[in-house]
Design a protein around this ligand. Structure first.
Ligand code: F6P
Length: 254
C-alpha cells in the first residue's frame, strides 16, 4: 500500500474502476513491456487477486499466454483450493505449447494441488471438423465442464501482435485491420469500442459464456497493450483488472 501511495497508483486504480465499472483494479508499478521483473510482479499480483476470489470446489477456466504463465508461477499449495478443477478456456488458438491454455491449466493445478481437465482440439478448425468434434461425447463432456466455470482468468493482447504470433496469413491480417481489430482476448478480436469483430474457430467458452461468468479476471500489462486493454474493458464483461502502471496510464486516458 505504501508504494502505491508513493506512485499515486491507488488513485489510478480508483479512476479505472469507476470509468469502466469494474469491481476491482490492481496496478503494479512499472512497465512490463521492457522488464521481466515487472511482468513477474504482475503475475504475482494476478495470483494474489485470484487466490482471494477463489472458493472451494470451483471450476476455473484459464487462457494461455506469457502473462498467464507468470500467474501460474505465483500460485502455491493451500487448503483453500480444495476440490478445485482447472480447465482451459478454449481449444487451440495457435500458441506454442508452453503458452497454451492446456499447459497453463495443468501447471496451475499442479502448483495448487488441484485437478485439471484438458481439451485436445487442433488449431485452425474447419467447419466440418468443428461439427464432428462437437459430436464426440468426450469433447462434449469437457466442454460442459468448461461452460460451468465460475471464474475465468485470461490475458489480453494487441490484435496485430497476437495475429502475427499465431501466424495468421496476410489476407487474415488485412481483414482484421479493415475491421478495426485492436485487441484480442480468449480467441476473440475486439475493435476500439469493445465490439467483437472476429473469432478464432475453436471449441470451449463462447462469448455468451464469458458474459454470464460470475468472476472474469483480466491480467495484462505493458504500455503497448494499453489501448487493447481499454477496448476489452469497453466490451463490458470484466470484473477485475490486474495491470501495470504503464498500461494503466493509457487505459485511464482511452
Ligand atoms: O492466446 C492466449 C492469450 O491469452 C490471448 O487471448 C491473449 O491475447 C494472449 O494470450 C496474451 O499473451 P501474453 O500474456 O503473452 O501477452
Amino acid at each position: 500500500p505504501y508504494i502505491k501511495e508513493l506512485f499515486g497508483l491507488s488513485e489510478l486504480e480508483k479512476q479505472i474502476c469507476d470509468k469502466f465499472g469494474l469491481k476491482q483494479v490492481v496496478i503494479v508499478p512499472g512497465d512490463s513491456d521492457g522488464s521481466e521483473l515487472v511482468k513477474k510482479e504482475l503475475g504475482r499480483a494476478g495470483a494474489s487477486v485470484f487466490r482471494k476470489l477463489a472458493a472451494a470446489n470451483d471450476i476455473i477456466a484459464v487462457a494461455g499466454g506469457s502473462t498467464m504463465a507468470e500467474v501460474a508461477n505465483g500460485l502455491n499449495v493451500s487448503s483453500q483450493w480444495k476440490g478445485n478443477v482447472f480447465v482451459p478456456a478454449r481449444g487451440g488458438l495457435g500458441e506454442r505449447v508452453e503458452l497454451q491454455a492446456n499447459t497453463i491449466a495443468s501447471i496451475m493445478a499442479t502448483k495448487t494441488g488441484c485437478s485439471y481437465r484438458l481439451l485436445h482440439v487442433p488449431d485452425h478448425l474447419g467447419e466440418e471438423a468443428y461439427h464432428t468434434l462437437m459430436q464426440d461425447p468426450n469433447i462434449q463432456e469437457i466442454i460442459d465442464v468448461i461452460r460451468r466455470a465460475r471464474i475465468v482468468l485470461h490475458g489480453i493482447g494487441d490484435a496485430m501482435t497476437m495475429a502475427k504470433r499465431r501466424k495468421t496469413e496476410a489476407s487474415g491480417l488485412e481483414l482484421l485491420k479493415k475491421d478495426g481489430a485492436l485487441a484480442e482476448a480468449f480467441g476473440y478480436y475486439f475493435d476500439e469500442q469493445g465490439r467483437v469483430v472476429h473469432n478464432i474457430p475453436t471449441v470451449g467458452l463462447r462469448i455468451e459464456d464469458i458474459m454470464r461468468t460470475e468472476v472474469v479476471i483480466g491480467i495484462a500489462g505493458g504500455k503497448s497493450k494499453g489501448k487493447a486493454i481499454a477496448a476489452v474493458l469497453r466490451f463490458g464483461h470484466e470484473d477485475v483488472l490486474v495491470t501495470d502502471q504503464a498500461a494503466a496510464e493509457i487505459i485511464v486516458e482511452s
